[in-house]
Design a protein around this ligand. Structure first.
Ligand SMILES: [Zn+2]
Length: 392
């Protein structure tokens, strides 16, 4: 409604109720641009790289989501964990089950969060119980889109081929047609995360010149297309992503944990590719977008580059919202947006408290939040002006 100094607003809304957060830091809710709700229980699984990790941990766990009760229990816990960490908007992968995806949408709506949600499409290279026929998959997606897409300006649907190797050409073709029928729908997937995976894509799609070309051929790039990782993309692929506004979602914790590689974010930016940051639970190991900023900083530092604290913070808030095309609804405190914000508070004697009080420069304070701050300092979380999490 309004934005201004306390004294002006108190005059304007005289007699209204006031929430006073004292010296605490109030900041916009975080945006997590890529995460997997069915992977809550496999966070921190030991020892594998991408393809082994999918076979050994991910596919067996995702198979359990055929059970609606289990899906609901995990959806509730996953959303609670995001809110506890100050994340108020996210782009989320479900499993290939329609019911589990509907349940996730219901729980998101009930929580007040905002989410782009996608039922995974897979018809090959995964256990049978996770595969769907093309007809069944498209029927499920059409139903989800008509029921959920745009609901309350808070739930948006994404066509979600898990990654190119999970889908036959016929399935990718149908997903591209579905996208053409619903031009405002999102697309989310993975790209060039791991060298073995890239070899697999070359073997499966030998006529495409590179990984991105597979998605391009099937109308799965362009605005509202969100591709996670992109660690090993070529300059030519990045150039095409930039030209078509196809986004790269950087998942630093996951890239380090699964040993996928060190991306050069400056190279991505040189090609004007839209970027957002993400946790990628459960390849990533933390729900915190503060921790994610620190991990992003460390990954660039290992490549002898630095990211400025403001840039880190931007990618986790307004930058993420912009890349997800949600910046007219959330991402900062502009008038007309949802009051989705978090209150970060530390007590005298806490390391964060010392660091904040010893830093005069706002950039240093932001960097202290990213390096030392964490969910334990998030005192309250609000979505649409309602308090949905309070630290005990
Ligand atoms: Zn992922």
């Amino acid at each position: 409604l309004s934005l201004g100094t306390a004294s002006d607003l108190l005059k304007k809304y005289e007699g209204g109720s006031v929430l006073d957060f004292g010296d605490a830091i109030i900041c916009p809710g975080f945006v997590d641009a890529h995460t997997h709700f069915p992977q809550l229980q496999i966070v921190g699984s030991f020892g594998e790289t991408l393809l082994g990790w999918l076979d050994k941990y991910t596919f067996p766990e995702e198979s359990r989501f055929v059970d609606g009760n289990y899906a609901r229990q995990i959806a509730k816990r996953f959303i609670r964990e995001m809110l506890r960490n100050g994340t108020t908007a996210a782009a989320v992968f479900s499993t290939s089950h329609r019911q589990a995806t509907e349940i996730y949408c219901e729980e998101t709506l009930a929580s007040g969060m905002r989410a782009v949600v996608g039922k995974c499409s897979m018809d090959q290279n995964a256990p049978k119980q996770l595969l769907k026929s093309i007809d069944r998959d498209v029927e499920d997606l059409e139903a989800l889109i008509s029921q959920w897409h745009g609901r309350d300006d808070r739930i948006f649907c994404a066509i979600t081929p898990r990654f190119a190797p999970s889908c036959s050409e016929a399935m990718l073709n149908e997903l591209g047609s579905l996208r053409a029928r619903h031009p405002d729908i999102y697309v989310q997937s993975h790209i060039s995360e791991n060298l073995e995976e890239i070899d697999m894509v070359h073997d499966l799609f030998p006529n495409d010149r590179d990984y991105l070309a597979v998605y391009e051929r099937f109308n799965l790039t362009g605005p509202r297309s969100l591709y996670a990782h992109g660690v090993h993309l070529t300059d030519d692929e990045l150039k095409r992503m930039g030209e078509t506004e196809t986004a790269l979602i950087h998942c630093p914790s996951s890239n380090a944990f699964l040993g996928s590689g060190l991306i050069d974010l400056r190279r991505v930016e040189r090609h004007n590719v839209p970027v957002a940051f993400a946790t990628d639970i459960g390849g990533g190991t933390s729900f915190s977008m503060l921790r994610t900023q620190l991990d992003a900083y460390k990954i660039q530092k290992l490549g002898h580059r630095v990211i400025h604290p403001v840039e880190l913070f931007f990618h986790a808030t307004l930058g993420g919202a912009t890349t997800l095309k949600l910046d007219h609804l959330c991402g900062n405190f502009s008038i007309g947006k949802s009051a989705d914000f978090i209150v970060i508070d530390s007590k005298p004697g806490d390391l964060l408290n010392d660091r904040l009080h010893n830093s005069l420069d706002p950039d240093e304070k932001l960097f202290a939040l990213a390096t030392i701050g964490g969910s334990n300092y998030i005192d309250k979380v609000f979505v649409q002006g309602n308090c949905v999490h309070e630290r005990l």
